[in-house]
Ligand binder design. Sequence first.
Ligand code: NAP
Length: 230
Amino acid sequence: MTARKTALIVGASRGLGLALAEEFCTRGWEVIATSRGKASGLDELRARHPGKLEHEHVDIDDLDTVRALHARLDKRKLDVLFVNAGIAKANELTPIDVDEADFLDMMRTNALAPMRVVELFHDQVDAGKGVIAVMSSEIGSIGNANGFWELYSSSKAALNMLLASFHARHPGDRRAVLAVAPGWVRTDMGTQDATLDISDSIPLVVDVVEANAGKPGLRFVDRHGAVLPW
Ligand SMILES: NC(=O)c1ccc[n+]([C@@H]2O[C@H](COP(=O)([O-])OP(=O)(O)OC[C@H]3O[C@@H](n4cnc5c(N)ncnc54)[C@H](OP(=O)(O)O)[C@@H]3O)[C@@H](O)[C@H]2O)c1
C-alpha cells in the first residue's frame, strides 16, 4: 500500500487556501492546514474528511508563531508545501498617495513572511519529488506589468524575486519550486468582479502542483501550467 501524501497549506482559513485544502483532501492527501484564528471553514472540512485534515495555527507575520509551528511539525515529512496566505490593500493607489504602512504590510505579508516559511520548512519537503509552492499572481509579472493594483503587484514581484533567490541559493536541489498564479478569482480579495470562480482555478492549480512533482527547477506558472514571464 502506498503511503498517503502530505501537503502543508499555510493560510487556509478561507478563499483559495481553504479550497486548496479541500482539493488535496478530496484527492486522498493528508492535509495540514493552517489559519491564524478560528476557521469555521476548516472545521467543516475536517468533519467532511475525517482523518485527513489537521488544523494548525500560525500568523506568518509573527516569526515566533512560525518557529513554533516549525517545532510542532518538526518530524513531519511533506510532499507539498504551499504558502498561500496574502493580503491586498490600497489597491487603486500609487506610491505617492499610499499610506506607507499599507505598502509595508503587503511587503511583509506577501513577500518576506511567506519566504520565511519556505526557509524554515523546505528541508521537510521530499528531496526527490517534493514541491514547494507560493501563491503569486499574474500581476506580479514585471514583464507583463500593466499598472493594475501596482502596490500589491510589486509585493508579489518581490515574492517572486525572493523565491528565485532562494532557488539560486540551493543549486542541485531536486524539488520543484513554483510561484503559482491562480487567475483572477472571486474571493474576499479577488472581489465579485473577478472572472473566475474558485472551482475554475484551484483544481487546476492542484493539477499543476501534482504535475510538477519530480521536475526539479524554478518556475513561475499559471493555473494551466503555462510559464509566465518574471
Ligand atoms: N483571489 C485572486 O484573484 C487572487 C489572484 C492572484 C493571487 N491571489 C493570492 O492568493 C492568495 C489567497 O487569496 P484569496 O483570494 O483567497 O484571499 P482571501 O480570501 O483574502 O484569503 C487570504 C488568506 O490569507 C490568510 N492570511 C492573510 N494574512 C495572513 C497572515 N499574516 N498569517 C496567516 N494567514 C494570513 C487569510 O487568513 P485570515 O482569515 O486569518 O485573514 C486568508 O486565509 C493570496 O496570496 C493572494 O494574494 C489571489
